[in-house]
Design a protein around this ligand. Structure first.
Ligand SMILES: [Zn+2]
Length: 472
């Protein structure tokens, strides 16, 4: 339902991918096909670093089937000696042409223009974000999105969306590509060891922009869920290319060993206290912020594994239609699109539409995780379509939430009905049930009267009907 107010930042994903600014670090994750993987690096005398990627296939009982270990004596890539230099080395920008040639080799896409670049401080980034939000988003739109997040139960009542967005992006951004000005910026506070992978990520955006016009591409998503899917294409591809570049320096490749994308993804996630704003943000914001990177990279990986290099352009020429297609690339290959669902009809004098949008698989997945216990197999992936709408009576300062979703079968719909019930019960202080059956639940809540219904494969909810007819 919700896409971050700005779409031009690139979060500090390199750090999450296991290149943290510490002397010695080891990450470990379980893989599906390979028992576990360990990634480590260690500082050695004279500013050299040893980087090891160790993967062990424990699929065969009791033994190590496949085993590879790649050592890398640094200086040339990812890791260098300075832990957190005062400013980005301007010298890094001298490598742009060479890095673009690397990207051309990997993608087959030619670089068409020079890419102007600059460094920016945290304070200036914050100013830039504030100005950009000011000019790109009306205060009324921010108010509507904030109300939607609150009524759907994703954020608490006192939540300030604009402030949280700016704080979160200021904390998380490592760089960004301004596709209005066609210029890239690196934060001057990045550890120098991270500058090159981050620069590759930004150059991947510039290259995609030269061929596919990213601004248009993002704006053309027909729904907010489709726009999120497009963002996952953009960030997923840039993250995939960054990873491929790093691995190529180690003699490895995602093209040859696609499983590594999964491992690298599993290594990301824990911030180890590096990101206090992120850690304190509501689950929904954390998940939707990370989704384009963590799920986008796996989506891109699946597309490359199936289509080869043609996949780099394919995801822009034939964009995915939903967050569901990003989460399940097979649905993208099969062109399985969401079904369109209408919200329940409510006509009341004095009420107008405040905001509406899709309520996608990702939205359900987060909601169910927050309020329910995810069933096995996960319920959210049995989603077929969903929508929400909020009506507002401005004079009365009163709002009504309308919701509908469709599911793959009646069992999934019945489970969704019960999970929605749990969410309602937890998000309100007042929850008084007047009638309850296996297909209908009604009563009174903080906002007025509610009614949740199950029809075959469909769930609908009306939350906040006025308790008595209101006069204007
Ligand atoms: Zn990015």
């Amino acid at each position: 339902m919700f896409v971050f107010l700005s779409v031009f930042y690139c979060i500090d994903f390199a750090r999450r991918l296991g290149f943290p600014p510490q002397d010695c670090w080891t990450g470990r994750a379980r893989g599906e096909r390979y028992g576990w993987v360990s990634l480590q690096w260690r500082a050695e005398p004279e500013g050299k670093y040893r980087f090891g990627l160790l993967a062990v296939n424990a699929a065969a009982k009791g033994g190590v089937l496949r085993f590879f270990l790649i050592y890398f004596l640094a200086a040339s890539i990812v890791l260098s000696q300075e832990q957190s230099p005062p400013a980005a080395r301007p010298g890094i920008f001298g490598e742009i042409d060479e890095l673009l040639r690397e990207l051309e080799k990997i993608t087959g896409l030619k670089s068409l223009r020079k890419v102007p670049s600059d460094t920016i401080s945290k304070e200036n980034l914050k100013k830039f974000l504030e100005e950009r939000i000011q000019e790109a988003v009306k205060p009324e739109e921010i108010r509507a999105e904030q109300i939607a997040l609150q009524m759907l139960g994703f954020v608490p009542a006192e939540f300030d969306l604009k402030k949280m967005t700016i704080d979160l992006l200021t904390e998380q951004a490592a760089a960004f590509y301004d596709y209005k000005k066609k210029r890239l910026f690196l934060l001057d506070s990045n550890a120098s060891s991270l500058q090159r992978p981050i620069l590759v990520h930004e150059l991947a955006h510039a290259l995609a922009d030269q061929h596919f016009d990213l601004e248009k591409y993002l704006l053309k998503g027909k729904s907010d869920d489709a726009a999120l899917a497009r963002m996952a294409v953009m960030e997923g591809q840039a993250t995939w290319l960054m990873s491929e570049y790093v691995l190529s320096q180690l003699g490895a490749s995602l093209k040859r060993t696609p499983e590594m994308a999964e491992w690298m993804n599993r290594l990301s996630g824990s911030s180890g206290g590096l990101y206090p704003v992120f850690d304190s943000a509501p689950l929904y914001l954390r998940e939707t912020l990370m989704f384009p990177y963590t799920k986008g990279v796996l989506f891109q990986n699946a597309v490359i594994a199936k289509m080869g290099d043609a996949g780099f352009a394919e995801v822009f020429r034939n964009p995915p239609a939903s967050s569901q297609q990003i989460l399940h690339p097979q649905k993208y290959f099969d062109r399985e699109r969401p079904v369109s669902v209408e919200p329940p009809q409510v006509k009341l004098r004095g009420y107008t539409r405040l905001i509406e949008g899709t309520f996608g698989e990702l939205d359900h997945e987060i909601l169910f995780r927050q309020y329910g216990d995810e069933a096995t197999p996960p319920l959210a992936e049995r989603w077929r379509g969903g929508v929400y709408r909020i009506l507002e009576n401005k004079k009365q300062n009163h709002r009504i939430l309308l919701y509908a979703s469709e599911w793959i079968d009646t069992r999934a719909a019945a489970a969704a009905f019960l999970t929605w019930r749990k969410a309602m019960q937890k998000k309100w202080r007042r929850f008084e049930v007047s009638t309850e059956s296996s297909t209908e639940l009604s009563g009174r809540c903080d906002w007025g009267i509610f009614r949740l219904q199950l029809f075959d494969r469909r769930v609908t909810s009306v939350e906040g009907l006025p308790e008595r007819p209101r006069r204007n």
